[in-house]
Design a protein around this ligand. Structure first.
Ligand code: 9WN
Length: 440
């Protein structure tokens, strides 16, 4: 049955589908991830989306990033959601009234969440500029540069909770991979009861199959962790002594390292000194290897700061440090092995798409969100990493599998890791944007 979202891998058809998806989600100064599930602006989505817009409508790439950074807090944090004030109450849970960002002195006038997401924005700005260099781009880049610096400074200072050179995250939503099995152990330590959710109305399960989303117990804990942070007005001092959920994530820190590399190139473009960025990048890479690499498993793991232990789950998060061009050869080789193992199935010709979690693990769930399904943003990040580490052959295999997914199922939010069936929201913006980038 040929519908608008199924069909051939004809690049021109896929290109039109992706552009139409971005157009459909464009909302005056930003792009919504999904009209149904996520009707506001999300932080790392905007970065991926800007990379896509740069191929077809570069002005929108700059507007996207600029509108996000207009909501940056005075302390440098870039909020993970910027709420669209024009939308009715109840368009998304938890909405602006739940976050109450005005409680924090550092918050901007517009309502936002108080959390962050992986800082992929400097990389997005650099790629957008390289794709479409222009006067508008140059002046946008010049205005973004100090804001990107402030974002990095926030991570390196307020969020270096353990004082080890890595940024900590205070909520699973900050990882971007909300219900990953990586978070099961630290989540289990957060006191909560699924019954808490009877006081709220979840919005997501009205638009997506509940079996493909986090559970009510997950949501009860998500709400409890936000409440703890919000009760301290989203302040970061004293987190170690009072906050119920604190981890160091390999993806977020790899993104922070990659951001310093991107900032070094941006600094060069703008006539500023790239040196300090390269030095900070080297320090982040060194800290990642020292603190999150396990020579026994040969991959990276998040560290639970409440127990000071590495979390044993082998999720796709462990592969993300390949994004760092200066990752030493030893860990780069073992992570490559991990990616090519039966756990993740990376190959020159892939028979199934990259999963978000170890396929061989007993808690692998092919339908549930970040617990197994395939996501284009993780594949895209790994694709960059493979090219940075001299594996164009594997990068080509991964790229082919990314294109095949969208050719068969359309621009879905995520995909069944065996059948490739589309899951979650249809017409999902970063899927469209990153497809454009790999097709280009
Ligand atoms: C919570 C918007 C966001 C993505 C995240 C993804 C999902 C939100 C949710 O959607 O998270 O932030 O409601 O589940 O996990 O990565 O940025 O697309």
């Amino acid at each position: 049955a040929a519908g608008p979202s199924t069909g051939s891998a004809d690049p021109a058809r896929l290109w039109r589908l992706a552009v139409a998806t971005l157009e459909g989600n464009w909302e005056h100064d930003h792009t919504v991830p999904s009209r149904t599930l996520y009707p506001h602006q999300w932080s790392w989505d905007s970065a991926f989306i800007a990379i896509g817009w740069a191929h077809v409508h570069p002005d929108r790439a700059w507007t996207e990033l600029t509108s996000l950074f207009d909501a940056q807090w005075a302390d440098g944090r870039v909020p993970h959601i910027v709420f669209n004030p024009a939308l009715p109450v109840g368009s998304y849970f938890p909405g602006p009234e739940f976050w109450n960002s005005a409680l924090a002195g550092a918050a901007p006038a517009v309502a936002t969440s108080g959390l962050i997401q992986p800082p992929v924005h400097a990389l997005a700005a650099l790629l957008a500029y390289r794709r479409a260099p222009s006067e508008r781009g140059r002046s946008a880049l010049r205005r973004l540069y100090p804001r990107l610096l402030a974002q990095q400074r926030y991570l390196a200072t307020a969020r270096d909770v353990a004082g080890d050179g890595l940024a900590a995250i205070v909520h699973p939503w900050e990882s971007g991979v909300d219900n990953s099995p990586a978070w099961d152990a630290p989540m289990a330590a957060v006191p909560a009861d699924a019954a808490v959710m009877s006081a709220y109305r979840r919005h997501d399960t009205a638009h997506a199959d509940a079996a493909h989303r986090p559970t009510d117990l997950d949501y009860a804990r998500y709400v409890a962790i936000v409440a703890s942070y919000r009760d301290h007005r989203y302040a970061d001092d004293g987190l170690a002594g009072r906050h119920p959920w604190l981890v160091e994530c390999p993806l977020l820190n790899a993104a922070a390292g990659a951001a310093e590399h991107a900032l070094a190139d941006i600094a060069t473009l703008l006539g500023a000194d790239p040196g300090p960025h390269r030095q900070r990048a080297a320090r982040i890479t060194e800290a990642l290897v020292r603190r999150l690499y396990d020579p026994v498993t040969g991959t990276f793991h998040p560290r639970d700061l409440r127990t000071d232990r590495l979390i044993p789950a082998r999720t796709a998060l462990g592969l993300m440090p390949l994004l760092l061009p200066d990752l030493p050869a030893g860990p780069a080789a073992t992570v490559m092995e991990e990616a090519c193992s039966a756990r993740f199935g990376l190959a020159r010709r892939m028979d199934r798409p990259l999963p978000s979690h170890d396929r061989t693990a007993p808690d692998f769930e092919p339908l549930r969100y970040w617990r197994g399904p395939s996501w284009l943003n993780l594949a895209w990040l790994l694709h960059r990493g493979l090219r940075a580490h001299g594996r164009p052959d594997l990068a080509a295999g991964l790229r082919r599998s990314m294109i095949d997914l969208v050719a068969r199922a359309g621009c879905h939010e995520y995909f069944h890791p065996d059948t490739g069936a589309g899951l979650g929201s249809p017409a999902f913006a970063w899927t469209a944007a990153l497809l454009l980038d790999v097709l280009a």
